[in-house]
Structures are given as C-alpha cells and as structure tokens.
Design a protein around this ligand. Structure first.
Ligand SMILES: [Zn+2]
Length: 275
C-alpha cells in the first residue's frame, strides 16, 4: 500500500505531461485577401516557358498555438486604390475565424514589400518581428539614388519607424534562428535585402512558409528566380535549400500561388488549414 501511495504522484505527473498540448506546436492557416490578377508566368518568373502558367493571389498566414496565441506572418495591405477585382481587408478575413485584431500578439514580417506590410497599421498592439538587415536597408539605403526599392512604399517606412518608437519592433539578427518555441526563421534569398522565411512545427510535421522566397510552385519545380530580386543566384540557391529544410515538400508554401487554396482543406471561404 505504501509503495502504491508513492507511485500515485508520479502517475499524475506522467498523465499531465501527456494530456497537455505542447507549446511548441501550432496550427497553420493560409488566408487569401486579394484575387483577380491575370499574369503571364514568363513576365514574373525569369526563365519560364511561354506554355507555363501561374495563378497569382495575395495571402498572409496565421499561426495558432494551443494556448490561444495568434501570430501572423505578414499583414497584407490596404487596397485604397481598388487595384484588385476581389479584395477583403486582412482584419475582416480574420473575423471569419472569430479573431479580433487585439488578439494578434505578434506579426512576423517576411519582408517590407507593401503587399506584406501595408496592413500593419490594422494591428496597433501587435509586436512586429523583422530581420535587422532588411529593416536597416528599407529605412535607409533603399531610398538612395541606386537603392533597390521595387515594391516599397514611403508610408510603410513611416509606419515601421513609429512601431519602433512605440517599442513594438523586435529585430532579428541572422539565419536559422528559433524566435519562438517551434518557429524558426531563415534568410539568404535576396528577394529583398534581408527577407526571411519560416519553418513552423505543427506537431506531426514541419511546415515551411516561404513567403516570397518562392512566389509560385513553378519557381520551386523549375528552380527559377522571380523578376523582383536583388540577386538571382541567391534566390535559386535558397529554393534548393528550402527543399532540404522539411521532410515533406508538399508542406512548402509559396507566397503568391493560388493553388495553395485548392491543395489544402478549406475552413472558410479563402482560408485553408495547412497540414
Ligand atoms: Zn515580395
């Protein structure tokens, strides 16, 4: 009897360990917020054939932890000039999942193109994560005479500076860094000066959110760079590297390919769960 009493607390602890969901495992969603562009693959993918086609859309990603934390990867943008035939503001898309803007704790910015950070102003309380090199180039040298600023907008510089002043900006220095348990960031793609992509632990698998380190499945299949890029050799090298970072290549998610929304299970209109 005495030995049984000794063993009971141990059994309770073991039971607790197995019943608790781990804090380094997440659910991952892709959320489309704009559609209706028609483009030719060869104009966007350098080296694509005339017969190649791609189906482009705008999306961002939601990472949900088991303990109720909501993390965004990028924030989309606000279509004030009605560029898109079909557009829903990123915060309205989140409402479809019953998530309010105040419930977004963190936004991991992959790079400062307007379609990825224009929507940051919708989330005035969130902590914003960005690569230091990308940030430094974006607020400075990009705007000099020979700066590379395709896709950059001055308004977004002002906004990031104010996020920094408010103490909400977390700068990340370098490649292969686990910024939160189960979430690692990688660099080297040169889509922008220091753009990053992420690997997220979903429990069963690891998911690679490439964002613009891979625009389309076509880039991945043919190992071709995109037309917006500071160094095409680095871009292609990174595509090859990304393929080594996850066991299942089907869980590499390109940043602008509408195929993502046909490949995975729909949970709401324009929202799929990646698993
Ligand atoms: Zn981009």
């Amino acid at each position: 009897m005495k030995s049984l009493l000794k063993i009971i607390p141990l059994l309770l602890v073991i039971n607790l360990l197995f019943s608790c969901k781990r804090t380094d495992e997440y659910q991952v969603y892709a959320i489309k917020y704009a559609d209706g562009w028609k483009i030719q693959a060869k104009d966007w993918v350098t080296g694509a054939d005339l017969s190649d086609s791609v189906d482009v859309c705008e999306m961002f990603w939601l990472i949900k932890s088991h303990d109720g934390k909501n993390i965004l990867v990028d924030a989309g943008f606000i279509d004030s000039t009605n560029t898109f035939k079909e557009y829903t503001r990123p915060d309205s898309m989140l409402k479809k999942l019953n998530i309010e803007v105040s419930e977004i704790s963190d936004i991991i910015v992959t790079h400062p193109h307007n379609d990825h950070i224009g929507g940051l102003i919708l989330f005035p309380e969130a902590r914003v994560w960005m690569q230091q090199d990308d940030y430094d180039y974006f607020i400075g040298p990009a705007w000099e005479e020979n700066g590379y600023r395709t896709g950059f907008e001055k308004n977004d510089v002002e906004n990031l500076l104010s996020i920094s002043k408010q103490g909400r900006l977390k700068l990340i220095k370098g490649d292969n860094i686990e910024i939160m348990p189960g979430i690692s960031v990688f660099t080297g793609s040169k889509h922008t000066f220091g753009n990053q992509y992420l690997r997220v632990n979903s429990g069963k698998n690891k998911i690679l959110l490439a964002s613009d380190a891979i625009w389309f499945y076509l880039n991945m299949e043919k190992e071709l760079p995109v037309c917006v890029c500071m160094d095409t050799a680095s871009y292609v090298k990174t595509i090859k590297r990304i393929k080594t970072l996850v066991a299942d290549p089907g869980l590499i998610i390109p940043g602008h390919d509408d195929m993502v929304f046909r490949k995975f299970t729909e949970v709401q209109d324009w929202i799929v769960r990646i698993e």
